[in-house]
Design a protein. Structure first.
Lengths: 137, 137
DNA sequence: TCTTGACCCTGTAGCAGCTACAGGGTGCAT
DNA sequence: ATGCACCCTGTAGCTGCTACAGGGTCAAGA
């Protein structure tokens, strides 16, 4: 079972440029080549790339994915590190959500105050503008 | 009232490199220079940069900020466009929150399934790994 | 007067995580 | 023989900054 890069891309829902990029940064190893210098991938590559894509979908950074891959290669190891990585990531996601919630509240306030006049007395722009100091100071 | 770039940066809590960057991309106009070729900013620049920073803090993209600035220059204009921009942005923020919530749920599931063995039977890695097909197919 | 030090200048390269070319080669069908 | 889909390499672009290197300016202190 040999896959060319296009087939691997279709199988994992990954852009071919992205696959080559992963190879370039060492996330995927360089596959053997066919006579015509095409990359020839096998099942392990497919598995590895699928793993990467799932982790990416879950929002892990490439560095985190790299760490997860290394951990999963070392089968005897205690899985506490994996757990920690996931927990750290979860905490990060929660932080982001909190930030966005605050943002959302601020934006909602802004929007609620718009009463549809002209820009000259738009409350949204007013809220963004610096505290009412005369511009020609 | 003249400000050198450092003072403007301190006044608006902005890195000087960022100010120069904003100038380079045309978000701030090129200020006059002193005899020693230093940028000399006035109050309008301070106001404009403050506006930019607040909008950025609210998560507007530089392109959106650019649009807001253009809109606010045209005082006679109907402020519906401003309102629309803000609403679009709010929708975007809400979409991001929803995505992150989904992510959070998936991660929580993952973490809940970890039972602290070795990596060989770590459920987190298992969940990320491709559906149980033999690797050497 | 000289020197130190804080500030300023330009230009370029780097970060994440891809994506999009240009300009060529391969391989199969018609 | 030709067309077309696919592959190759290498490089540059995207967002929104940030971080240099390698210089110039200017005010204060010795």
């Amino acid at each position: 079972m040999e896959l060319k890069i296009g087939a691997l891309g279709r199988a994992t829902d990954t852009n071919v440029e992205t696959i080559r990029y992963y190879e370039r940064i060492g996330l995927l190893s360089k596959p053997p080549r066919t006579g015509g210098n095409y990359r020839a991938y096998g099942a392990p590559d497919l598995n590895r790339l699928s793993f990467i894509r799932r982790a990416r979908d879950l929002g892990f950074s490439l560095d985190q994915v790299r760490a997860l891959l290394e951990l999963s290669d070392d089968k005897a190891r205690d899985c506490a590190t994996v757990d920690e990585l996931a927990r750290d990531h979860l905490a990060e996601v929660e932080r982001k959500i909190a930030d966005l919630e605050a943002l959302k509240a601020a934006l909602s306030d802004l929007i609620a105050s718009c009463c549809g006049g002209t820009v000259a007395d738009c409350r949204i722009l007013e809220a963004l503008a610096p505290s009412t100091t005369s511009p020609a100071a």
